[in-house]
Write a protein that binds this ligand. Structure first.
Ligand code: SF4
Length: 348
């Protein structure tokens, strides 16, 4: 992944960090000289770096990983240029998804600390200026924005407005689908080569509300239909399903809804689905063996989620249950009722 880089400010810490990609285990502090030294390592390595544990595990179990996918997509190029740049400077978010946390979401910070922790604009502008001193945005061929929710602020536009030839550049967003882009975003997107929009959807109706609290399925599904009907020819849609011990038995229901309502973009291209594993407090590894067996029977042995469940060890779910049962009364929710078919695999 020599020509990919990821920059983020974790949480609202006002510290700029970098690494080779979003799956890398460590956040390295950004300092121009240190950045140059580490980047040389990313470029020259012929093996896994210590932070590449997720790709290493994937390749051991399935032969494929984000590393192999990027390597096949990103062309050989002059090492001083960056092909793919992930930008995660702004974690302002209108959601506090149960599988997320304070490093990614300002609403989670508000939930935990009891007050708004939004990154000041000056902090983001300052970091963008520092980045520009080390990276010429006009050499980048593929930008990926996530957050937070990248469409609730204009941080992404501050970069896009500077691209002199957008027709040769791809964009990628990871969004919770709750915000339909404003006119400026819509117009600017239409000038780029391709705009890939990854919608994070891992349930419907009350299950969606539980997973992506306090977002509402009714609003998000309407936005999806609008994207489907009004999208420009250069837009491509993807759905990212975050597999957790709660929602994995309900994958076929969401699949049916998507097949009926959101399988083809307005430009005729197919909407792709992608399954990712949850980590942190609602780690997919908390799935008990009896629930894994039910999933393997339901989805088949070769489904991506079945494979994820084969890869990860079984860990004690006590911490996860404590987390759910701490937040449920505050959010007036009940995970055992909302995900009853999964919940019966966990002891009371
Ligand atoms: S929308 Fe994304 S950043 Fe926001 S809380 Fe959910 S997972 Fe985290």
């Amino acid at each position: 992944m020599s020509n990919a880089l990821s920059f983020r400010i974790p949480g609202d810490l006002n510290s700029l960090t970098f690494n080779p990609c979003c799956l890398y285990d460590d956040y390295l502090p950004f300092h121009p000289a240190y950045f140059e030294k580490e980047r040389k390592k990313f470029i020259e390595t012929t093996n896994f770096l210590p932070g590449c544990s997720k790709c290493e595990l994937k390749e051991k179990t399935h032969g494929l990983s984000q590393r192999t996918i990027f390597n096949s997509r990103i062309p050989e190029m002059d090492n001083s240029s960056i092909w793919k740049l992930e930008i995660v400077l702004d974690t302002t978010c209108n959601a506090a998804c149960i599988q997320c946390g304070i490093l990614q979401s300002s609403l989670w910070r508000k939930q935990v600390y009891g007050e708004e922790h939004i990154q000041p604009k000056s902090q983001i502008d300052d970091k963008l200026e520092r980045l520009k001193e080390s990276i010429d945005f006009n050499t980048v061929k593929d930008f990926h924005f996530w957050g937070g929710e990248p469409l609730v602020t204009d941080t992404h536009l501050k970069i896009l407005r500077e691209i002199s030839d957008p027709s040769d550049v791809d964009l990628e967003y990871s969004t919770n689908g709750s915000v339909f882009p404003d006119k400026e975003t819509w117009e600017i997107w239409s000038k780029f080569k391709r705009v890939k929009i990854n919608f994070s959807l891992d349930g419907m109706y009350d299950q969606f509300y539980y997973m992506r609290w306090p977002l509402r399925w009714e609003k998000v599904s309407k936005n999806l239909e609008k994207f489907r009907d009004e999208g420009r020819p250069n837009f491509r849609y993807h759905v990212n399903f975050c597999a957790t011990p709660l929602n994995i038995l309900y994958i076929p229901e969401l699949g049916e809804w998507l097949d009926t309502n959101f399988s083809i973009s307005s430009n005729g291209t197919k909407v792709n689905y992608n399954f990712i594993r949850s980590e942190g407090m609602v780690d997919i590894a908390c799935t008990p063996m009896s629930l894994r067996e039910e999933v393997w029977k339901l989805l088949g042995e070769t489904h991506d989620v079945s494979n994820i469940l084969k890869e990860v060890p079984v860990i004690d779910p006590a911490r996860m249950i404590e987390h759910l049962e701490h937040w449920d009364p505050i959010r007036k929710l009940n995970w055992r009722e909302t995900f009853d078919r999964s919940a019966c695999h966990f002891k009371d």
